[in-house]
Design a protein around this ligand. Structure first.
Ligand code: AMP
Length: 182
């Protein structure tokens, strides 16, 4: 069974939900950079204050800040881990590689959750998070297409990519993920 996993896909594709479900059934660590950043904002920490406005605009937080968070939380563990929302650009891919080389725990599989734009926009509007208004959704999708989507090809070339049709019901999608992990 693969133990070092990553979820890739546009905002609203269900990465967080699927990563959480998988984490519950495997007891792997679920590391969501978005979730960790939102916690910092809620707690009103210095870091939270620095990132709040950027996040509410739907823009990306600085690579350096996010890398610090990943390093702090991604501990060497025999249990395994699931990354969700990181990396989001090619520089972060490189940083992650370095971190994982030091841990001696290479990435084993990347789940690419694919879903049509119109489904995404409706899902995000329904979700109603602080950064889920029409304006920020547009920004986030644009940034995703420009800076994050190229990662799909990158991981495909490394033969790590598993394509998941994320336009369906939760259980079908999680069953598909589990089947591909085995
Ligand atoms: P998410 O929950 O993954 O959609 O992340 C919510 C927000 O947190 C994003 O819109 C960014 O502002 C910030 N964020 C999360 N992960 C990253 C990352 N890897 N790099 C930069 N910003 C991030």
């Amino acid at each position: 069974m693969k133990k070092h996993l990553l979820f890739l896909g546009p905002p609203g594709a269900g990465k967080g939900t699927q990563a959480e479900l998988l984490s519950q059934s495997t007891s792997y660590l679920h590391l969501s950079t978005g979730e960790l950043l939102r916690n910092e904002v809620e707690l009103g920490t210095d870091l939270g204050k620095q990132v709040k406005d950027i996040m509410n605009k739907g823009k990306l937080v600085s690579d350096q800040l996010v890398l610090e968070i990943v390093k702090r939380n991604l501990k060497k563990s025999n249990k395994g881990w699931i990354l969700d929302g990181y990396p989001r650009n090619l520089l972060q891919v490189k940083s992650l590689n370095d971190v994982l080389r030091n841990l001696n725990q290479p990435l084993e599989m990347v789940f690419y959750l694919d879903i049509p734009d119109e489904v995404l926009i409706n899902r995000l509007l329904m979700r109603g998070r602080n950064d889920d208004n029409e304006e920020t959704i547009k920004t986030r999708l644009k940034i995703y297409k420009e800076t994050t989507e190229p990662l799909v090809e990158h991981y495909e070339k490394l033969s790590l990519l598993e394509y998941i049709n994320a336009d369906g019901d939760l259980k079908t999608i999680s069953a598909d993920i589990k089947r591909k992990m085995a």
